[in-house]
Write a protein that binds this ligand. Structure first.
Ligand code: ACO
Length: 427
């Protein structure tokens, strides 16, 4: 691949090219400032790769998503979430005995220290689950001070297992506290998804067996969310990790980043939007008109993606899953009908077509979570539970790379030039 040549005034600089596995080319501007005194401006990092990554490949034009080379649809259909978690972190699918050992180790860490309960109880009952999860994840670091060194592979391994094992317990317990029900302890005879459903929905007075359709679908949803390259929350995890903060603090930063409505919080916003439309009696035309109006801040939530400009492969899988799950559970949800109608109309509307705005993963996930019995404000923590192995894989990749540098972007200063201090009485 030829190098690039940058001309600026009378100066010229050769910028080396790097080519990725799939033929993508990147121009390396690492010497730009030291050679020419220039920096680049790239809003939202739309064209900037901080470094290299071998975890996930995305081709937004063709709607391709692969974890470590494996197509997302094949993983969603055939793998278990813990299998995918192993794949993302260690690079290859586990052999039978490796998977059994990994599952066993995760199982052994599902309990929380009893004192952690007090943490949930310190929050108001109305606290948003994402806020609680981020705080509890951060607090976990204080219980395991001898396993926090980001450069100690063994410590990282055990902390990563603790995170994967304890996150479902933390999510379920924060929910139980909120709904004034007793905490349900993990059941280590169950698989990851069934155990989580039991901790969420069981009560001591009754037996609980998770519906296999719900378990299967939750497993699939977690896999679909497990990684997505250098998205906002994974970049937050990497950024915090680049300062050698411990894995719990770094993941807590990722949870905060995911909570925003332009990122993971969109699944909650989609449901709220659909509910508002039904309740207000607005027509779909009115909704589409508002989404297109530049003076109206309203956006069609669940539509559009920075990377996917043709279709989001995860949304395609979820659209079918939503129909199947609702049918299997006998749920007749007017919100699903509305979502399908909205999708049809938006997909044929010039505004959406021109801007390549398609349904994203969040458009259908909320409808499925709702059918499974989750309350709307739990949707984003479910996304976080799925994204966890990806955050960990991204953090581990960065921490173990000898070429990693602390993230420290440049800026183009546009504030006032130097001016003398004015005494308080003279202003
Ligand atoms: N509704 C209406 N118009 C939209 C939407 C939308 N959902 N999304 C983008 N647009 C328009 C913008 O107004 C802009 O129009 P313009 O060119 O006339 O100014 C154009 O499409 C490009 O939009 P940007 O915001 O520049 O695109 P960007 O790549 O920065 O943003 C994002 C992507 C944040 C996902 C955006 O599409 C959005 O806000 N979608 C709704 C929120 C959402 O569903 N987020 C979940 C993303 S998936 C995930 O995080 C798991």
């Amino acid at each position: 691949m030829p190098d690039a040549v940058l001309r600026h005034g009378d100066n010229e600089l050769t910028l080396p090219s790097h080519v990725g596995t799939e033929g993508e080319t990147a121009i390396d501007i690492g010497n730009l400032r030291s050679s020419l005194g220039l920096v680049t401006v790239d809003r939202g990092f739309a064209n900037t790769a901080e470094g290299t990554s071998s975890v996930t490949y995305i081709n937004g034009e063709e709607g391709i998503l692969r974890y470590r080379g494996y197509p997302i649809d094949q993983l969603a259909e055939h793998a278990s979430f813990l299998e995918v978690s192993y794949l993302l972190q260690y690079g290859d699918l586990p052999a039978n005995d490796e998977l059994a050992a990994y599952e066993e180790e995760i199982t052994r860490h599902t309990l929380l220290r009893e004192d952690v309960k007090h943490l949930f109880e310190a929050f108001p009952h109305s606290a948003h689950p994402m806020q609680i999860l981020a705080s509890a994840t951060s607090a976990l670091a204080t219980y395991y001070p001898d396993a926090l060194d980001p450069l100690d592979e063994e410590a990282v391994d055990i902390s990563a297992r603790r995170l994967i094992a304890k996150t479902p317990t933390m999510i379920a317990w924060s929910y139980k506290y909120r709904v004034h029900q007793p905490y349900v302890y993990p059941d280590n005879d169950l698989d990851y998804a069934s155990n989580f459903l039991k901790m969420m929905f069981a009560v001591p007075a009754e037996d609980f067996i998770a519906n296999p359709v719900v378990t299967r679908t939750l497993n699939m949803l977690l896999i679909l969310h497990a990684d997505h390259g250098q998205n906002c929350s994974s970049s937050a995890v990497r950024l915090v990790g680049s300062g050698q903060a411990n894995i719990f603090s770094s993941v807590a930063a990722g949870i905060h980043a995911l909570s925003g409505p332009l990122h993971g919080g969109a699944n909650q916003s989609v449901l709220e939007m659909l509910t508002r439309i039904v309740e207000s009696g607005d027509t779909i035309d009115t909704v589409i008109k508002r989404a297109k109006d530049k003076d109206d801040p309203f956006r069609l939530m669940g539509f559009g993606h920075r990377v996917y400009k043709n279709f989001d492969p995860r949304a395609q899988i979820l659209k079918k899953a939503a129909e199947d799950v609702l049918k299997a559970l006998g749920v007749d949800d007017p919100l699903l009908d509305l979502a399908m109608e909205l999708e049809d109309i938006a997909l044929s509307d010039e505004y959406f077509v021109e801007r390549k705005l398609y349904p994203n993963v969040d458009f259908y996930s909320g409808i499925i979570y709702r059918a499974m019995g989750f309350s709307t404000d739990m949707f984003t923590v479910l996304f976080a539970m799925g994204r966890l192995p990806g955050w960990i894989a991204q953090w581990r990749e960065l921490s173990s790379d000898p070429d990693t540098k602390i993230f420290r972007p440049r800026q183009l200063y546009t504030g006032p030039a130097e001016r003398p201090f004015i005494a308080r009485d003279d202003r």
